[in-house]
Design a protein around this ligand. Structure first.
Ligand code: ADP
Length: 705
């Protein structure tokens, strides 16, 4: 009671007023806290914030400046200003860097947690505050920084426009109070909003990139790649227009392939580019560095193609350090492109680069394949590739013709047996598969032409079959054979007449001794000639396809007989003829008299081409289903150059050692033809001066155990 009595009514009223103010302040802060607790979008949040401040402070206009995502500038947050569209957009473009501000400037004051009260008539205040008033269209404003832990995160600006009333001390008081109590909440809301947005952005980015990767790997159409790239770039960055230009570095020329969202006709854009160049796009093409231009109006290189472009981003598409294209995006917002946008388009550009490469490589591969297929189809040789799985990988036109297949059908991927089991090549193919090596063989194809077939196995590919049409050579050969046979036959008759007369002259002793010598010489020459004619006729007969009298025969006896036959000649030269056969040999399927002819020839040659006191040895062994007979001598040998020719008709080695040895050069040709007629093979090994070995491979009789 005493206390009350001691206080005056005035004091109590003042106390009441102070209490009321406190309650009002508390309720304002409470209201703010309540509002901040609701999960609003940040933009809505800012608008609510402005309304609350406006209602509490009772001022006309409120503006909030707020930190950007990078936290390096204060930018327009929200306001309840009613400005002209132009003034509003200027205000929205307001950006104040917070790094090392000029001393005494607005930002400097805010950083130092000082408020600013500016009045057009108060010359004592810093003149650099004037420009903000101009922006706002204020004659007087009050501003308080928003700080969290001593760091500037934004600012509140109020004025009493359009009434023009000065900002009262009470209004200042409220603003100070509210700015300090709401800064933290505002900061949290911004960070929360930023995190949510970043998360959503990166989810969206990941989703889009996954989709892009999928679609890009599906397409090899370069135009589609470009279209998709631009579409995604537009969607992700919310840009309004975009272009893609291919860049020719040598000519330093940009070729604009795609342009979306421009409000100027294409022809007009071309005219503008011709006159003013390609602006920032050209700059990026030259430098190879991506650029984001937050405000195109202050970039001297900018060339306007859309009326409301305010910021631009240009990203180069690189291939191996070269710019191959530039993607340009335009936004109607100032500073419309964030780091995330740049990052994303950069990723797109990388993908587009790879896709461009893939598409180019694919096109090149197709071109090469077409070229190759053109060459293959226009060669006269039959070419075929059969995979390890016995499916046709490649078959050319000549092969289709030779096999009498449909030339307009695709036989690739078909099983080999479906394609050519009906041809003689199938047998050769089976043989090649069996022995796993290269095979060279003559085959007659269904089109009745004779081919020289070469089948070769290539690891990891399969079988390469190349066949050359030798029908004309075969025909020539046949004609030649026929000619020789006819001529030889016709020569034989006069030779018999001449022989008869010579024998008569010798018998009648009608010539002198000297003449007799000459007659003997003529007789010898005629014998050689007869031998030659006989050999020629024999060869012609064999090559035209002789009929062999095949039986299962034991070869040891024939070898022994042949050795006996040559022994007299061998003895003359003191040459030892040895039989190296110790084991019992399996029978072979052969013509007995032809076998004899083969062996006499080879053993005879051994004796003939081995100097006095040498040796000739015959041996044999079983090799799989073949019998291998070797006829070896330690004679003069055959040089590698001659080895490849000795089986040819009339080929005789010309060396000093062979000068006095008579022969026709037909022996080995006959032997080879006979061996092949027996389905056998002949080969030789020889070293000049050391000796020669001929090998015969002959099929063992089928029913021999
Ligand atoms: P020719 O009637 O000349 O003996 P061939 O066809 O039998 O004809 O042989 C061709 C050539 O091969 C011979 O001229 C000879 O030079 C060479 N030749 C054949 N067999 C032997 C051998 N055992 N040693 C060395 N040279 C040989």
């Amino acid at each position: 009671m005493v206390a009350i009595e001691n206080r005056t009514i005035e004091e109590i009223r003042q106390e009441n007023a102070a209490l009321q103010t406190q309650v009002a302040e508390l309720s304002a802060v409470n209201k703010m806290a309540l509002m901040l607790g609701t999960s609003l979008e940040f933009d809505e949040f800012l608008d609510e914030f402005i309304v609350t401040i406006h209602d509490t402070v009772q001022c006309d206009r409120v503006l909030v400046m707020i930190q950007d995502d990078q936290e390096t500038v204060l930018q327009y947050g929200s306001s309840n200003f009613r400005l002209t569209a132009e003034a509003q957009s200027m205000l929205e473009g307001l950006r104040l860097g917070t790094f090392q501000p000029e001393s005494g400037s607005i930002i400097d004051r805010w950083i130092n947690n000082e408020s600013i009260k500016w009045n057009a008539n108060d010359a004592t205040e810093h003149s650099s505050f004037q420009w903000l008033a101009n922006y706002l269209g204020s004659s007087e404003y009050y501003s308080a920084p928003l700080q969290v832990d001593g760091l500037l995160i934004g600012a509140l600006i109020i004025d009493n426009q359009p009434s023009g009333q000065p900002v009262t001390d009470e209004q200042e008081h409220w603003i100070k109070l509210l700015s300090s109590s709401s800064a933290m909440a505002l900061q949290n809301a911004r960070l929360h909003h930023k995190t949510v947005r970043e998360l959503a952005d990166s989810m969206r980015e990941m989703y889009i990139l996954r989709q892009i990767d999928r679609e890009l790997s599906d397409t090899i159409n370069i135009n589609h790649v470009f279209e998709m790239t631009l579409d995604w770039a537009l969607r992700f960055t919310n840009a309004q227009s975009t272009s893609l230009a291919l860049y020719d570095q040598e000519a330093n020329r940009l070729h604009f392939l795609y342009e979306y969202g421009y409000d100027i006709a294409q022809a007009q854009m071309e005219l503008i580019r011709e006159e003013y160049g390609s602006g920032i796009t050209a700059r990026v093409a030259n430098s190879g560095y991506a650029e984001v231009v937050p405000d195109v109006s202050i970039d001297p290189d900018f060339v306007r193609l859309a009326t409301n472009t305010r910021s631009q981003m240009a990203i180069p598409v690189m291939r191996e350090d070269r710019v191959v294209a530039v993607i340009t995006l335009d936004s109607k917002k100032l500073n419309g492109f964030t780091d995330a946008h740049q990052d994303f388009v950069q990723k797109l550009a990388t993908r587009a680069g790879v896709a461009i490469d893939n598409a180019r490589l694919y096109e090149e591969a197709i071109r090469e394949r077409e070229k190759l297929s053109h060459i293959l189809n226009n060669t006269a040789d039959m070419i075929m590739v059969i995979g390890m799985d016995e499916r046709i990988m490649l078959i050319n036109q000549a092969a289709l013709n030779a096999m009498q297949l449909y030339t307009n059908q695709d036989y690739t991927k078909r099983l080999a047996n479906e394609v050519f089991e009906h041809t003689a090549l199938w047998v050769t193919f089976q043989k090649a598969k069996e022995n796993g090596e290269a095979i060279n063989e003559e085959v007659i194809m269904p089109n009745e032409r004779i081919f020289h077939a070469n089948l070769r196995r290539l690891d990891e590919i399969g079988w390469i079959v190349v066949m050359h049409d030798i029908t004309p050579f075969k025909e020539m050969d046949r004609l030649k054979g026929e000619l020789i046979a006819t001529v030889s036959h016709d020569l034989k008759q006069p030779l018999s007449v001449m022989n008869g007369y010579i024998e008569l002259m010798i018998m009648q002793q009608s010539v002198t001794q000297q003449g007799l010598n000459a007659v003997q010489m003529i007789r010898k020459a005629m014998q050689n000639m007869r031998q030659l004619i006989d050999d020629l006729l024999d060869l012609a007969k064999i090559e035209s396809g002789i009929k062999l009298d095949l039986h299962n025969i034991q070869v040891e006896q024939i070898i022994q007989d042949c050795m006996e036959l040559v022994k007299p000649v061998a003895q003359n030269k003191a040459i030892t003829v040895m039989n190296g056969i110790t084991d019992k040999l399996p029978p072979i399927t052969a013509d007995r008299s032809r076998m004899r002819q083969i062996l006499i020839n080879l053993i005879g040659n051994g004796v003939k081409y081995t100097p006095n006191e040498g040796w000739v040895k015959v041996s044999a062994e079983v090799k799989g289903n073949m019998l291998k007979i070797s006829i070896q001598d330690n004679g003069m040998g055959i040089s590698p150059e001659d080895q490849i020719h000795v089986f040819e008709r009339f080929y005789r080695v010309r060396r000093p050692e062979t000068d006095n040895i008579e022969g026709t050069g037909l022996g080995l040709a006959i032997v080879k033809s006979l061996v092949e007629a027996h389905d056998g093979q002949i080969s030789l090994e020889s070293k000049l001066g050391e000796g020669t070995t001929f090998y015969l491979l002959l099929p063992i009789a089928k029913n021999a155990a």
